[in-house]
Write a protein that binds this ligand. Structure first.
Ligand code: THG
Length: 366
């Protein structure tokens, strides 16, 4: 594939110098910012992530900051998940939906201060939607993109590495718990979260000037842990069923179709956009659902949705796929019609290179 031509429109991150020095081999663009996709090879990066510890430049997970007396009210208008009891000690995975209940983003939200919330967004222009909702409702809230860049530390040795840089106490965080920890003369929000199933943390680096000092501190502290630069890994995230907005779902899909039912709370559906549509879908049942699917054979890269067929008729789409070394098959995420989503259902997949046999799996692999 051709290279991405650099320009000011495709933003660098506070960690880009470190990423380049580490020998990044591929990038994608996410929220108009560089996101590394491969260092050694996707397979080698995958094995290393599952064995050691990696530092990821995920600055492209931009924050949409809501600040002001109506910040909490605006946040609740954006999501069907009840955020009233979020507090400043944990973050929430929150579907964000439009007035029809269609997914606009699937961010992680947290309370960064008294009347300040950060929405750590996936790849869509959520800032514009939030500004629009605030304006249309005359809310007393400022919607901005602050100078905050997440840096993730992921892998089985993440606790060991983080303890060396932030102190032992950081390892007391529970899953999706968060607190402030000192680095140099600052207190940074750290959460036990991240876009892998290997365990780890995310540091919300407030102030670009801290980026390279923190990057370097992690690499100096973790030399004997075999720390390397890494990035969200395509194979590992499909095995783990971690959804990718724009790939696995769009505004054509509801959070219920995306398997996010547990993040839709009936008691707030009259406070958020799209609540009525979601209530109707809960009563009627969803017409399709995200599923784990295995696919046989040698496949091309999944850079477009692949039609899924049963007896020659289309019954869904494969939205992500990759060869898994650990599971000896192609692991895939699909959106499948109701009559075809049961585990064991045999299907056919139409790739750009031809047909392949597939089967619905009972659950994701990790
Ligand atoms: N961390 C932060 N921001 C992000 C991401 C992240 N923004 C972009 C993108 N990732 C948003 N999407 C996701 C998708 C899945 C998860 C987090 C963000 C995730 N899911 C857990 C799982 O599926 O196992 C469940 C979370 C829960 O149970 O609450 O972690 O990764 N800052």
């Amino acid at each position: 594939m051709a290279v991405i031509s650099p320009s000011r429109r495709v933003r660098r991150t506070p960690f880009s110098d470190g990423v380049e020095a580490a020998g990044v081999k591929g990038y994608t663009v996410y929220n108009r910012m560089l996101l590394p996709t491969v260092f050694e090879s996707v397979e080698a990066d995958y094995h290393h992530l599952k064995r050691d510890v990696q530092v990821w430049d995920v600055a492209c997970e931009r924050q949409v900051q809501l600040q002001g007396p109506d910040a909490a009210r605006l946040l609740q208008m954006l999501t069907p998940r009840n955020v009233a009891r979020m507090g400043q000690d944990r973050c929430f995975y929150v579907p964000v939906v439009d007035q029809n209940g269609g997914m606009l983003n699937d961010p992680v939200a947290l309370q960064a201060g008294e009347d300040t919330y950060w929405i750590s967004i996936a790849d869509s222009d959520l800032l514009l939607w939030a500004k629009g909702i605030a304006a249309a409702n005359d809310l007393n809230v400022a919607v901005t993109e602050p100078d905050v860049s997440p840096l993730a530390v992921q892998g089985p040795k993440a606790d060991a590495l983080m303890a060396r840089v932030f102190g032992e106490a950081v390892t007391n965080l529970r899953f999706f718990g968060m607190a402030r920890f000192a680095f140099q003369d600052r207190n940074l929000i750290v959460a036990r979260s991240g876009y892998s199933k290997q365990g780890g943390f995310e540091i919300y680096v407030e102030g670009s000037e801290l980026g390279m000092p923190l990057w370097n501190a992690l690499f100096e502290a973790g030399e004997d842990l075999n720390v390397r630069a890494g990035c969200p890994n395509l194979i590992e995230r499909i095995e783990g069923g971690l959804l990718s907005y724009g790939n696995d779902m769009t505004d054509e899909n509801s959070p219920l179709e995306c398997g996010l039912r547990k993040f839709v709370d009936a008691d707030v559906l009259d406070q958020c956009y799209g609540g009525r549509a979601l209530r109707e879908e809960m009563e009627a049942g969803s017409k399709r659902k995200i599923c784990a699917v295995s696919i046989e054979g040698d496949l091309p890269p999944c850079d477009r949705a692949w039609p899924v067929l049963a007896d020659g008729t289309q019954v869904g789409l494969i939205t992500s796929s990759a060869r898994s070394p650990d599971f000896g098959t192609n692991v895939a995420i699909a959106m499948l019609d109701r009559d075809y989503w049961n585990a064991g259902t045999r299907l056919e997949v139409q790739t750009q290179d031809g047909m392949a046999r597939a089967q619905v799996e009972p659950k994701f692999w990790i």
